[in-house]
Design a protein around this ligand. Structure first.
Ligand SMILES: NC(=O)C1=CN([C@@H]2O[C@H](COP(=O)(O)OP(=O)(O)OC[C@H]3O[C@@H](n4cnc5c(N)ncnc54)[C@H](OP(=O)(O)O)[C@@H]3O)[C@@H](O)[C@H]2O)C=CC1
Ligand SMILES: O=C(O)C1=N[C@H](C(=O)O)C[C@H](O)C1
Length: 249
């Protein structure tokens, strides 16, 4: 994601002032534009958050929860807005997002595409309108390099269903003599393999009919474009928590 964001940011005229990778990165010290295929940008990749955020208005993070946590601490200190797409945050990092939003603008989204935001709205509406007779199940498919499961997007879609129908709970596996499906379940299942960018289907299964609401990402640039749009949106905004719904308007 970092490479897509750098390439598109350069194309869209953003000024890139810093670039971060892990302390183990083989790219440390190299020009970020060269690594991303955007030509030389005169910005070396480093592992020091404070140096990378020098002179920045917004930092865009797609990494791991522990790295986001460090970024939030420094961004707060330096008054830099944060856009993060990192998924499956632990409770401590979630708390840090909230705390940071007291002093800086913060937008976290497990999926920065506009389509998934709209899908979440449609899912909430469909669950509300169809009522108790319809069961909700979510299937997500991703490339084999993905390290977290289920995806942040699947969790976000389950949350949308739960907000629309109180009392639902998530089930992430079924094996053995599990008995009939309970009415309060949302099954969430992860398929991994190949180079799938990211597909999400919400199944609404009722008596004699079913709906399958699907979003398919066909290119990672989709997420990068959404993150850059979010960064533009956050620039100059007051401190607070923002979402892709705000960006979409
Ligand atoms: N919101 C959205 O729309 C999307 C969200 N994602 C999420 O974004 C995250 C990243 O995905 P992806 O780009 O595919 O993953 P990658 O593994 O390709 O990249 C992760 C990046 O984070 C860096 N990193 C990892 N650990 C640390 C650390 N401790 N300190 C500093 N940097 C670190 C890595 O550095 P190094 O190169 O050195 O390993 C790498 O640059 C995931 O949580 C994924 O689910 C992904 C796509 C879209
Ligand atoms: O890791 C990925 O690739 C993706 N992660 C996000 C998620 O966990 O929902 C978004 C997208 O589906 C790609």
């Amino acid at each position: 994601m970092g490479q897509s964001i750098v390439r598109l940011a350069a194309q869209e005229g953003f000024s890139i002032v810093g670039a971060l990778a892990s302390p183990q990165s083989p790219h440390l010290g190299r020009d970020v534009g060269e690594v991303a295929g955007a030509g030389i940008l005169g910005v070396a990749i480093g592992d020091d958050v404070a140096s990378a955020l020098l002179g920045a208005d917004v930092v865009i993070d797609f990494s791991r929860p522990e790295a986001l946590s460090r970024v939030l601490t420094v961004a707060r200190r330096k008054n830099v807005a944060v856009v993060s797409g990192t998924t499956r945050l632990d409770a401590d990092t979630e708390k840090k997002l909230d705390e940071a939003s007291a002093t800086i603008p913060v937008l976290w989204a497990p999926n920065t595409s506009l389509g998934v935001q709209v899908l979440a709205e449609i899912v909430a509406e469909a669950v509300r309108r169809l009522g108790l007779g319809f069961d909700v199940e979510i299937v997500e498919t991703h490339h084999k390099a993905k390290v977290d499961s289920p995806s942040g997007t699947a969790t976000r879609l389950a949350d949308a269903a739960r907000d629309a129908r109180k009392g639902l709970r998530t089930v992430t596996g079924r094996e053995g003599n599990v008995g009939p499906r309970a009415a309060d379940e949302i099954g969430v299942f992860a398929v991994r393999g190949g180079d799938v960018i990211g597909d999400h289907t919400v199944h609404l299964l009722g008596p004699g009919e079913r709906l399958e609401l699907t979003h398919r990402a066909t290119n990672r640039d989709l997420f990068a474009r959404g993150a850059l749009r979010a960064a533009r949106y956050l620039f100059g905004k007051p401190a607070g928590r923002y979402s892709m719904a705000d960006v979409l308007g």
